[in-house]
Design a protein around this ligand. Sequence first.
Ligand SMILES: CC(C)c1ccc(C(=O)O)c(O)c1O
Ligand SMILES: [Fe+2]
Length: 297
Amino acid sequence: MINLRDIAYVRSGTADLEAAVRFAVDIVGLQEQERDDGAAYLRADHRHHCLAFVEGESGVLASAFSLGDENELADAERQLEAAGVPVARGTSQQARARRVRDLLAFDDPFGNRFELVVDQARDARPVAFGRSAGITEFGHLCVDAPDVREAYRFWSGLFNVRISDWIGDWAALLRIDQVHHKLAVFRGGSPGLCHINFQVTSLDDVMRSWHFLEENGVEIQQGPGRHPQSTAVFLYFKGPEGLTYEYSYGVQLIEDEASWQPRWFDPMHPASIDMWCGTSKRVSTQPQVRRPLGADR
Ligand SMILES: CC(C)c1ccc(C(=O)O)c(O)c1O
Ligand SMILES: [Fe+2]
């Protein structure tokens, strides 16, 4: 079993590097760590970066997890190849471009590109945030997949990935440590990045950002609301080229691994995404069934 230690970064192609960086800094509140060779590195926490924009075709390029050391990386390579998953070892240039010591790349069954990395660079300085959104860390990443249960079988069969909760067969919330989820898989017609999440310090941060985003004409995709799964208060909003960001506050930790029982939430109940909605008395004769986030894509 491959032991994923943490999420590391998301790499995303962008047709307009300036616009992507300006939004990430001025609106999301990240720090522009540096630019190098057509890439811009955005920082949220101790990591050198958690989001890299790469000039070129827009769309997610890779999502990365960190492993413990080079032995674990070599072992992961063997396990993936033994499972029939094609693996590509990163070059020294690719490792440098990612600010890691070494890496390998593979695709999930749907063509989502993932990278396993060792020794991701850390920055000991305080984060110089673009604005005071209250960001504490890069919280989780969510990818799209046509078959969420197959995705679960892939991740749980090869990696230390456990199911925390299901939203029907629309979404799987997966953990690799005590955090409720650091990887989510959302049902989508084709592979891609559903959203990237940043944890914030307080409920006030979420609500202040809501006002800030509204005042700055940013498209709010959903929220403020509260996820019944992690119990986090959330806010999804759209950045350039359709990149969806999520702030959330209050993601629960699963501290008693042995006793945790995954729950199955009905995807057709609005409260399964946002427990603050879906309780009002229906005034029309038509069922007011909303589809989960992005499900209409
Ligand atoms: C609808 C998406 C996949 C979702 C569902 C639940 C949580 C949570 O409990 O925190 C999320 O962060 C999500 O992005
Ligand atoms: Fe999320």
